[in-house]
Design a protein around this ligand. Structure first.
Ligand code: DX5
Ligand code: ZN
Length: 230
């Protein structure tokens, strides 16, 4: 079983101090930076693009950057994110006309590739491309906004995907995104996830500006996960 990774979603960070926020959350023990890209077309919200990804790299962020594309079409923007320093690039299969081509494009640009499943998106999109995937991201909210509640049926879907990955013997990360907090992260890990996105659950801590603001929430997440015997 792969090492558990905590991936704070910077969507809920203070954008006026983004570099500092990312430094603080990584210093608190987070592993990877979850980077939510929304286009006001595939999802009804507009966020950040390659310029901000590049700015984080220039600021000195060396941790993996996990770019979650909620955009349609997908392909045009992929080389820009690769050049901007993305580590993972994940996309929603409904947003690509040619899923296999998009996966090849991401790998061709030197990044790791993943597919993202909305709560109602069938897992059949994994058929025929499982060996071309480095990460499967299950949404536990409908994409577009931070701060929504975890949809419980995501736990059953996680168990299904965990079985698919284990049966395949492939090295694929299983990430969950939406409504992940200290009080449900253990159940989410027990269901099979190994990569945990949390936005409001981490950045929503009080004491804005305090460099140690994220220490205790990350510690509590690790403690909750350590109690799971999987
Ligand atoms: C939703 C985004 C998530 C979101 C998670 O479309 O993909 O990454 O920011 O935020 P929380 O943890 O607040 O649900
Ligand atoms: Zn996301």
């Amino acid at each position: 079983m792969a090492l558990d990774l905590i991936a704070p979603s910077i969507l809920s960070a203070n954008f006026a101090k983004l570099g500092e926020e990312v430094d603080n959350v990584l210093a608190a023990g987070a592993d990877i930076v979850h980077f939510d890209v929304m286009d006001n077309h595939y999802v009804p919200n507009l966020t950040i693009g390659p310029l901000i990804c590049e700015a984080l790299r220039k600021h000195g962020v060396t941790a993996p950057i996990d770019v979650h594309l909620m955009v349609k079409p997908v392909d045009r923007i992929i080389p820009d994110f690769a050049a901007a320093g993305a580590t993972y690039i994940t996309f929603h299969p409904e947003a690509s006309e040619h899923i296999d081509r998009t996966l090849q494009l991401i790998h061709g640009e030197g990044c790791k590739a993943g597919l993202v499943f909305n709560p109602a998106t069938p897992l059949s999109y994994l058929d025929y491309v499982l060996d071309k995937i480095d990460m499967i991201l299950l949404m536990s909210v409908n994409p577009g906004f931070g701060g929504q509640s975890f949809i419980p049926s995501a736990l059953d879907k996680l168990r299904e995907v965990r079985e698919i990955i284990d049966d395949s013997g492939l090295d694929i990360r299983l990430e969950v995104d939406g409504g992940v907090k200290t009080d449900n992260i253990a159940a989410i890990k027990a269901a099979g996830a190994d990569t945990f996105v949390s936005g409001s659950g981490i950045f929503g801590q009080p004491r804005d500006g305090d460099p140690h603001r994220y220490d205790s929430v990350i510690r509590r997440m690790r403690e909750a996960m350590a109690a799971v015997g999987r």
